[in-house]
Design a protein around this ligand. Sequence first.
Ligand SMILES: Cc1cc2nc3c(=O)[nH]c(=O)nc-3n(C[C@H](O)[C@H](O)[C@H](O)COP(=O)(O)O)c2cc1C
Length: 311
Amino acid sequence: MGMDKRKVLVVHYASPSGQLSEVVQHLTGPLTQADGIDCRHVVLRSREPQPFPWPILRFFDTFPECIYMDATDLEPLELDPEERFDLLVLAYQVWFLAPSLPTTAFLKNPTGKAVLKDTPVVTVVACRDMWLMAQERTKTMLAAAGARLIGHIALVDEAGSVGSFLATPLWMLTGKRGPLLGGLTPRAGVAQEEIRASRRFGQRMVEALRDDRALDGNLLRGLAAVHVNTRLIATEKTAQRGFLVWGALLRKLGPHGARARQPVILVYIVFLVLLLVTVLPVSALLKTLATPLMRKRIAAQVAYYSGPSGE
Ligand SMILES: Cc1cc2nc3c(=O)[nH]c(=O)nc-3n(C[C@H](O)[C@H](O)[C@H](O)COP(=O)(O)O)c2cc1C
């Protein structure tokens, strides 16, 4: 019998709004409390502190770096690149359809990559509700590091796609979580009950490690770890293309924070608003009409994006 403790590493970026840290605390609670498991937390911190609330121009000025995954500088990682873990839990926020910049920095960091190599990884995302493209990017970076993705957990805002559409940006830009505007916008963020219930994932990890089960795509089966909103696939792909085009232009004008970028960002914000009030409702209607014709394709998309653990 192995007397050695099983080792779990939990990595996340602690943003000043703090939602992800709360998720991590609940989700990994069972791992931290279990005898026989050594659960270590590494909290990512960026050299340039993130503002909160975000000034609006600075908020939008981050999308080019997010979408082109220009890693920010992190405070040195308290990690030995030689150290091996039985399981790694990587929790992240989504920023402009990509992993939050400190998360990207970890995934590209030599020490981060060394620790990820040949290690089973569970990804956890807590975001508004658009995480599909960000997870594709995360998968690519995990594969480049030689990690083995065995499960994905996605927690999204309780207000739903429409409700959180204004509520979450308002939270980021004002620091107020809501409800705001006399109840016109709902409370932003993931529901408290859902954050507490994320404990079940940690519990499952404890059981699997204790019973010495193989750590694979079965780990999170049956726990409703993700729900794929297939209506968002095309929206995310289109928005991603827009970010790439505008982002390329902005990166030519200067680095993040450059004066020359500001007028273009203003134009982009106006463009974005116009796009949202015109194209979005039409495409939503078209999707509703097309759904019955596309059942097979949609089922395949759910299977793909909910992998490896499934809905
Ligand atoms: C700059 C920025 C961009 C964001 N972009 C997205 C996005 O593309 N999709 C999404 O679902 N949520 C997005 N969010 C919301 C975050 O994923 C997350 O829900 C929010 O930051 C609260 O989590 P936290 O307290 O852990 O930072 C964004 C937030 C920020 C600050």
